[in-house]
Design a protein around this ligand. Structure first.
Ligand SMILES: [Zn+2]
Ligand SMILES: [Zn+2]
Length: 307
């Protein structure tokens, strides 16, 4: 991504954003040592609490959409507004990354790359990637909510962020983990809470679906093994073939691709979960449009049915 780059990154930093324990995002403490288009240094420019442009007001401590040189629109957090005169207004910003722009990074000791399954469509990542940009590149103010993940429900609308990336160490802060798969919540995806008071685990719909599909697959394999044809007379006689005609050409063998897949049940079966308020959640498994099984949802952690 080609954001409007600042030639000199700041040399002195102070911590302002504390994310998960031990993870700190640092922003500049002092002015950034660069000059504006008139050659006036950032430090000598007067500081303002906001800038007005095209009927929009851009305040320090708020979020803004910014046009990039590629015509894309990205989001930034306004750290400072400074100007040498009213025609030369500059804004110090910290970029909010989209997960796909992260490149390679570490999170909880693992090396990862780009967007993860738990990253939602409107998710942003706070960063300490700081630039000074002309106020003219600002498009409009935007709301960005910090999702603190301390409640049970992901109540996020529009842009939100919960993780931060330190662009110097390429470290991404941790996100709260759920489910038997121990991965964070994606607010675009549904989860179900186990109703057993001693368990109360939150489980992804996709994990419930996968486990139930796997059981359906195992049942099918068992059924196939049980219906063995009786071949008691096999291997006791010779057979002489009198077939005539063209020898068939050798066929290219096309194995069923799903049988070779690592988890064949994923594609072979379809799952539909019903969990409306007031009714007992249930899961329907089908194969090629035909019902295979239907029943209550069993918690994969405590093995009790979810009410
Ligand atoms: Zn899961
Ligand atoms: Zn449970």
């Amino acid at each position: 991504m080609n954001r409007l780059a600042c030639p000199n990154l700041p040399v002195s930093w102070t911590a302002v954003l504390h994310l998960s324990p031990g993870f700190i995002i640092e922003y500049p403490e002092e002015g950034m040592k660069i000059s504006d288009r008139l050659g006036i240094s950032w430090e000598k420019m007067k500081r303002y609490k906001s800038a007005k442009l095209d009927n929009h007001q851009y305040s320090v401590g708020s979020f803004v959409e910014v046009a990039t040189s590629e015509g894309e629109c990205v989001v930034a957090y306004i750290l400072e507004v400074r100007a040498s005169d009213k025609n030369h207004v500059s804004v110090g910003v910290a970029w909010m990354y989209r997960p796909k722009e992260l490149g390679k990074y570490t999170c909880d000791g693992k090396v990862l790359e780009g967007k993860q399954a738990y990253h939602g469509a409107s998710e942003l990542i706070a960063s300490n990637h700081v630039d000074i940009i002309p106020a003219l590149s600002l498009i409009q103010p935007v709301q960005v909510q910090q999702w603190r993940e301390d409640g049970d429900d992901a109540n996020v609308e529009g842009y939100y962020w919960r993780q931060g990336v330190n662009i110097h160490t390429k470290e991404l802060s941790s996100a709260k983990k759920y489910c038997i798969c121990q991965s964070p919540e994606n607010p675009d995806e549904k989860m179900l809470c186990c109703t057993n008071e001693e368990c109360m685990v939150w489980i992804h719909y996709r994990c419930i679906a996968n486990i139930t599909k796997k059981t359906a697959w195992e049942n099918e394999i068992k059924r196939l093994k049980d219906t063995k044809v009786n071949h008691d007379d096999d291997d006791k006689q010779d057979i002489t073939t009198s077939e005539t005609g063209m020898r068939p050409k050798r066929q290219v063998c096309r194995p069923f691709s799903y049988l070779q897949a690592e988890e064949p049940w994923r594609k072979l079966f379809q799952a539909h979960i019903t969990a409306e308020d007031g009714t007992k959640p249930s899961i329907l498994i089908s194969k090629g449009g035909e019902k295979v099984s239907e029943g209550p949802i069993i918690c994969p952690k405590c093995d009790k049915s979810i009410d």
